[in-house]
Design a protein around this ligand. Structure first.
Ligand SMILES: *Cc1c(COP(=O)(O)O)cnc(C)c1O
Length: 458
């Protein structure tokens, strides 16, 4: 295979502070074996998230200097609005400070009464929380392949059409204010959705008179997968594919911290004039005037430029290729990961990697700690620490379905040799994995315990 090279040169650098294993032993102990308590300065490769962590280009930084900070009618907004309209085709573009603000405004406006249902392939956690906040049930209806870590089905983010139909029929179409689709399916491992499935979900939603919205955070990564994997798209440009994806929907929510290649920002795109009016009224209440919506003019410039750059095929080939490369390295050495690699992260199956650690001693947590000790890498546990529950009667732990460690890859931040360094850490952990021990809580908060938990080695 040709080596994957970074399709960019490096003009500005941010030093990484190198630490020794002895230093990391001290630091992680002081952090109660919870990586959320570490200082980012003490981390060498930070794979906690791909959100808001992208490196901006020289053209984005130049745009920042040209930001127009006028309260109303800013030319930076006009540029932003034009770029988003050209990309999506929506009639109304409403800037927000990030994705969840777009969600809050959309669901507050589109849900007219409590008690309904909003289906999605898989709701991202902020999306679910904002749906539930309106008294609406959030239903996840991804296809069965999406739940099977070993399945190599090419579009594991697809919506199950039978489940969707049954869900709408059961609730009654008048109680389904909107059907959502998340591209790529973040909470389902960054797995893509096919164009065929988008079209079919649109058709079904519209046949019941229900609007169809995209959660478009990773639209460009999804478009790249369609180009690679779906018949009839190999010769289309990413922009054409993305445009077609958006064309099937009546609007979208977007976090520019993902495929906007920016460090903050988001937007709401809407076709319906009345809904757009309602959303703008709410925007003024909580975010700001409709020509800046919670952002500075310079942020709008950075996002406008980022939305152009993210469509470049050389960029996406490197982006998706880098994630796949890490996945291939781990697979070759026998480290079990969710297959096939998604767009933005690798998910290691810690339960099968560390079978000697019982789930009530948190194999995912053990692996994240070990990655830090070995090489200064920060991943995130997505398993029973994050999603386990206490039985309300007996107080015993009910484990999560999967014990995963997510290694998210920030966009344009790490080179291929950084990725080799991560893979190399796994080689050494793999050799001594039988010696790795589990963890127990010494403190846990009543909710969202993963952020503030303290652990001890068992
Ligand atoms: C990040 C994300 C959001 C929320 O966006 P924020 O900018 O973090 O508020 C919503 N949906 C998906 C799929 C996301 O990945």
């Amino acid at each position: 295979m040709n080596p994957l090279i970074e399709p960019f040169k490096i003009k500005v650098v941010e030093p990484i502070k190198m630490t020794t294993r002895a230093q990391r032993e001290r630091l992680i102990k002081k952090a109660y074996y919870n990586l959320f308590f570490l200082h980012s300065n003490d981390i060498m490769i930070d794979m906690l998230t791909d959100s808001g962590t992208s490196a901006m280009s020289d053209a984005q930084w130049a745009g920042i200097m040209g930001g127009d900070e006028a309260y109303a009618g800013s030319r930076s907004f006009e540029r932003f609005e034009q770029v988003v309209k050209d990309l999506t085709g929506y009639r109304h573009i409403i800037p927000t400070h990030q994705g969840r603000a777009a969600e809050k405004i959309l669901f507050s406006s589109i849900v007219k009464k409590a008690g309904g249902v909003i289906p999605n392939n898989t709701h991202f956690d902020t999306t679910r929380a904002n749906v539930e906040y309106t008294g609406t049930t959030a239903e996840d209806l991804v296809i069965d392949e999406g739940h099977d870590p070993a399945s190599t089905y090419p579009f594991k983010g697809n919506m199950d059409l039978k489940k969707l139909k049954a869900c709408i029929e059961k609730a009654g179409p008048e109680n389904v204010p909107v059907v959502m689709m998340t591209v790529t399916n973040n909470s389902g491992g960054g797995q893509p959705v096919s164009m065929e499935n988008l079209r079919a979900v649109r058709d079904m939603a519209h046949s019941y008179g229900i609007p169809f919205f995209l959660d478009a955070c990773r639209f460009a990564e999804n478009a790249y997968f369609i180009k690679q994997r779906e018949k009839g798209y190999a010769d289309k440009t990413i922009r054409e594919i993305a445009h077609e994806m958006f064309s099937y929907s009546d609007g979208c929510t977007m976090s520019a911290k993902k495929d906007g290649l920016a460090n903050i920002g988001g937007f709401l795109g809407i076709n319906d004039d009345v809904l757009a009016q309602d959303c703008r009224n709410l925007l003024i209440l909580t975010e700001g005037f409709p020509t800046y919506g919670g952002l500075a003019g310079r942020d709008l410039e950075a996002i406008a430029q980022g939305l152009d750059e993210v469509l470049e095929e050389d960029y996406l080939r490197f982006r998706i290729g880098q994630v796949a490369y890490l996945g291939d390295q781990l697979t070759k050495m026998g480290v079990p990961i969710m297959q096939p690699p998604g767009g933005h992260a690798i998910y290691v199956d810690a339960k099968s990697f560390l079978p000697h650690i019982p789930v009530n001693q948190f194999p995912g947590q053990a692996l994240t700690v070990e990655l830090y000790l070995e090489a200064g890498i920060r991943g995130v546990e997505i398993g029973s620490v994050m999603f386990g529950k206490k039985d309300p009667e007996t107080g015993t732990e009910i484990p999560a379905a999967l014990e995963l460690v997510r290694l998210a890859v920030p966009r344009r931040v790490y080179t291929q040799s950084h990725i080799d360094y991560v893979a190399d850490a796994f080689v050494r952990i793999n050799e001594r994995k039988k010696t790795i021990r589990g963890y127990k809580f010494v403190y846990e908060a009543p909710f969202l315990r993963h952020f503030t938990a303290r652990f001890e080695r068992v």
